[in-house]
Design a protein around this ligand. Sequence first.
Ligand code: GRG
Length: 296
Amino acid sequence: MKVDFVLKIYLEERAQAIETYLERALEVRNYAKRLWQAMRYSSLNGGKRLRGILCLATLEAFKQDEWQKALPIAAGIECIHAMSLIHDDLPCMDDDTLRRGKPTCHIAFDEASALLAGDALLVEGMALVLQADLKAEVIMRIAQEITGAVGADGMTGGQMIDLVSAGRNITLAELEMMHKMKTGAFLRASVVSGAIAGGADSKQLALLEQYASNIGLAFQIVDDLLDLESDSQTLGKTAGKDLAQDKSTYPKLLGISASKERVQSLIKEAKDFVREAGIRADALSKIADYIIERKS
Ligand code: GRG
């Protein structure tokens, strides 16, 4: 299915709203200028804003006119995501020089500045989440979801597993577990945050968690396929890294066509989950399709 015009406009508008919010929140201060510049360099540089948009779209599925209430959360999520990309690109991690079509943070600045920019974006990102104009107990639940997804049980733990798995043959179950932690948990938290802000009941929350878990895994499989089949210019990051670093990937373990079939079935199931939740499913359902269509 082709990404339709309406979704394209929706994604652009929501990405722009997040960008505008971030632009103000991350204004360069009169002190530690280089830190703020590095933070801005890595967070105001495009990116699909998928996690932030998922948060807004999920809230919108419950309360159409209140999506702007989740803007601080979406912006905070995007700061935390930018932090993970900065640290992922460092020489001691994935050692990359290209991100979102530009030199990575440690190349444009230096390693120490990149490390600090990541540290600060992580904390400032959480601070933005806490600023949302929602009831204190709602913000507390959202903060717990996000910190749980980013910490050792989530993204950071997944990155550790990724590091120690390089050059080793791992099973499909191990690969899936790693990606659930490294990429899936944060995507899931982005959706769940929007659902909590929207007042989802426990059944709706469970269905949206399943939706998010499916699109998270599909997103990662597509990432592996793009790394194999696309080029650095289109991706805005170095293509072919998985092969070069002898990483276990879905295409390597499952084969290309079985990986593509898995993506299709995960997305179909994801759309069923969101439909079953009895909410305004349009945007979330189309975002699921976009995960397959994306080129970068
Ligand atoms: C959280 C303390 C702390 C440390 C982080 C470095 C690290 C530990 C984790 C790395 C996590 C990571 C980089 C996962 C990869 C996720 C991924 C596929 C990113 C690409 O996301 P896109 O395609 O990127 O949404 P854009 O540029 O569009 O935002």
